[in-house]
Ligand binder design. Structure first.
Ligand code: NI
Length: 301
């Protein structure tokens, strides 16, 4: 980012943090005065499991009932996740590279209107530039993951560089919202065994990839982004998008509404991991059922 752009962003961030509702587009409002958002009181800076703002609005909200699953990864989490195996119609929507000073608040409103909880993989330097947006994410029950400090490729960094990138990014989120990321998404999806194991053993981070990628950063058009996500979604999917691009935000209302209409429920990444941990094996659900009085069905080979 160029210095002049950075300065502009900082000034804009300052304006937004002091004047709720003063942002693009018009009529957009924050959930509340950022200065009044309560810091999470959970252990180790984790957010309370059901941090929910006062809500009002469309009936579509009922379609995504809040999950009682915890918003932290389960013990015994796997090293890498692209999706989970489940027959439940659950999806984890993830947004990378923010916060962005105008696109991210617009997205948060879209999520709030549908009671959808998402997971944001924040670039540390952006979190430091827009702390009020980070606070708003946590206050509204979203999960935040680590996406490094500079958005560099982890596989080309030394162990020491990786430690610095992850620590600086985690610290920026903690300073903004009293919350520490619990998972990592590697920029560009660049990952190898050395990096995964370092991040897991030293930071406790499972590596979170994705199973649905609409390539929204190429800006293929709103309808294309929606159709790619809706068509490719499957139970247990992790969906990838980027909240720094305005057309991606434009695509989200239609995307969410179509997926909700198909019976999908949105959970955060950690909630998805917990669903896998607590679900019975898929095979256990396909055992033939014998109807009383009928001849016993032969066992399937
Ligand atoms: Ni990224």
């Amino acid at each position: 980012m160029k210095p002049s752009l950075l300065s502009f962003g900082l000034v804009l961030g300052l304006i937004m943090s002091t004047q709720p509702g003063c942002s693009s587009p018009k009529k957009q409002t924050f959930a509340g005065d950022p200065g009044q958002i309560q810091r999470p009181a959970g252990p180790a800076g984790r957010p309370p499991p059901q941090s929910q703002p006062a809500q009002s609005g469309p009936t579509v909200r009922r379609l995504n009932e809040p999950s009682s699953m915890p918003s932290v990864p389960p013990s015994g989490a796997r090293l890498t996740y692209n999706s989970i195996k489940t027959d439940q119609k659950v999806l984890a929507m993830t947004f990378d590279d923010g916060p962005h000073p105008s696109n991210t608040p617009r997205l948060l409103k879209i999520l709030r209107d549908r009671n959808i909880k998402a997971t944001f993989y924040l670039v540390g330097k952006n979190a430091k530039a827009y702390p009020s947006i980070v606070r708003q994410m946590v206050a509204e029950g979203h999960e935040i993951g680590n996406h490094t400090w500079t958005h560099g490729s982890l596989t080309s960094m030394s162990d020491e560089q990786i430690r610095r990138e992850l620590t600086m990014s985690s610290d920026a989120v903690f300073e903004a919202a009293g919350y520490r990321p619990q998972t990592i998404r590697p920029p560009y999806g660049a990952i190898n065994q050395r990096v995964k194991e370092l991040m897991f053993s030293e930071f406790g981070y499972p590596t979170i990839m994705w199973s649905v990628d609409p390539q929204d950063w190429r800006k293929p058009g709103v309808a294309v982004v929606t159709s790619r996500i809706v068509t490719a979604s499957h139970p247990g999917a992790i969906l990838l998008a980027h909240d720094i691009h305005a057309p991606t935000i434009d695509a989200m209302p239609g995307t969410f509404d179509q997926l909700l209409a198909k019976g999908y429920r949105f959970v955060t990444v950690s909630q998805l991991m917990n669903i896998e941990k607590t679900s019975p094996p898929l095979g256990a659900l396909t055992t033939p059922v014998t109807v009383a009085g009928a001849n016993p069905a032969p066992l399937q080979p």
